[in-house]
Write a protein that binds this ligand. Sequence first.
Ligand SMILES: Cc1ncc(C[n+]2csc(CCOP(=O)(O)OP(=O)(O)O)c2C)c(N)n1
Ligand SMILES: [Mg+2]
Length: 568
Amino acid sequence: MKASDLFVKALENEGVDYIFGIPGEENLDLLDSLRVSSIKLVLTRHEQAAAFMAATYGRLTGRTGVCLSTLGPGATNLVTGAAYAQLGAMPMLMITGQKPIKASKQGAFQIIDVVDMMRPLTKYTHQIASAHNIPARVREAFRRAEDERPGAVHLELPEDVAREDTGADIIERSRFERPTAPDTAIDAARSMIEDARHPLLLIGAGANRRDSCSALREFVDVLKIPFFSTQMGKGVVDERHTLFLGNAALSGEDYLHRAIEAADLIINVGHDVVEKPPFIMGKKPAGEQHGKDLDGAGEAGEARVIHINTVTASVDAVYHPNLGVIGEIAANIMKLAHAVKRQSHWDFQRFMAVKKALDAQILEGDSDTRYPLYPQRLVADVRRAMPDNGIVALDNGIYKIWFARNYRAHQPNTVLLDNALATMGAGLSSALAAKLVHPERRVLAICGDGGFMMNSQELETAVRLGLDVVILVLRDDAYGMIKWKQSNMGFSDFGLDYGNPDFVQYARSYGANGHRVKSADDFLPLLSQCLSSPGVDLIEVPVDYSENDRILNREIRERSRVIRGYDD
Ligand SMILES: Cc1ncc(C[n+]2csc(CCOP(=O)(O)OP(=O)(O)O)c2C)c(N)n1
Ligand SMILES: [Mg+2]
């Protein structure tokens, strides 16, 4: 069999249904093999977008998303997507072409060492030097990409190898089950939880995979221990739950951190070190550190920490848990839910006072009629318009903090945000991948005017594929997030403003529908109408960020310090 046919067969064997990318002449054999395969090629307008799509496919399905590029410039365009998948723990395979490796290379035109370039960005990077090795290399790439902790892998298929003839057979996927923690670890965790007075559950990025969600829901319902989440742990348990305290969107000094300070035990599920720490360990006891912490993260004071994850915690000065419960998260959580007995000495009064104050604060401004729109109104209206299983895919800007903090996710993976690489430019691409994975769901991309313009060319891909997606472009004519930081750090307003195209006309030039919000009350009906009508709809939403500094940098900090309703 021809090597490129075998390669495609090996991909089919892994269950691949899409390949995102842009072929070059070095991929033409592979492309021809794809032509007659069950795998659909999703042609994009930039390799970076293809990598974001493949990574998001992996994030949503747990199965490796695949992207394709040529050698040299195509491969260098993949690197941001590689970092996005690698830091975000999204299983993703990049396939790149290369000039023939056996004959002379006819100079160095377009040739860079792609395998080496990918090394710091992947779990596995390999040049296929013989067709005979294709089945093993492909199988190994998928195994590594999907194994905990998931991430990016890379295979280079040179032109001359792709053309070889081989008698090699594909290798079937192997079935396996992950181990659970031994009973001694479960018992140690049980007694720490039962002995604590103020135990608190933290749901992190690693819990947002596989079947951890229903196990965690049961844990919370059976034990009635309050919980909070990191940005990438959003939605694992429905955030309308009466025991949901909030999301660690700000690094510190938010209402939520007043609860974290009061905990004497944190049950930390799926913690991933790439996320900014939602609390830091090893400092003074609770209550003594208000406003003085090193990096603004919430203090855990002298709280003890149980680390529940598939892998042990990497050592860090601010994170060194007292106990690790290592193995399949869902199974270990179920074991704990049944082992732990609810205790009458558990006291959640302070947590619930924080929740009450935070819930009330989040409602402030949710019907604000000022125009351009204020972030609180924007978030509230998006929540009103989106169904429970609707997916919002966020690009990276200041609105991400507002959405992480104020938007209540009802289901797992319905808020796709990147708190790992935190790159701009992924919002639209991740929305398109989400729509391909879940064609029956409503999908909304939310981008700043800066992030949108980094990959706006994928509007053409969306129109060509006939995807029903809505895109919000939040227009402040600036890199707003950096403006917010600039003012937080006491710098003068400088160097972050730009002009924009007419987004309505811009969308229409692609064959999409273009709309502009003209008043605050105009937004919700327009969004609802776009969500329920077919085609690609872009809505330009003028936003007013002038209160970001006051609210996010100062007011939340000051007001949260004086939360009442509990005995200190
Ligand atoms: C690729 C990339 N470049 C730069 C940054 C740094 N950065 C983070 S947010 C931001 C501004 C985002 O502007 P915009 O997309 O307009 O969103 P806004 O905050 O204005 O709503 C920048 C420059 C980044 N995270 N990623
Ligand atoms: Mg902006």
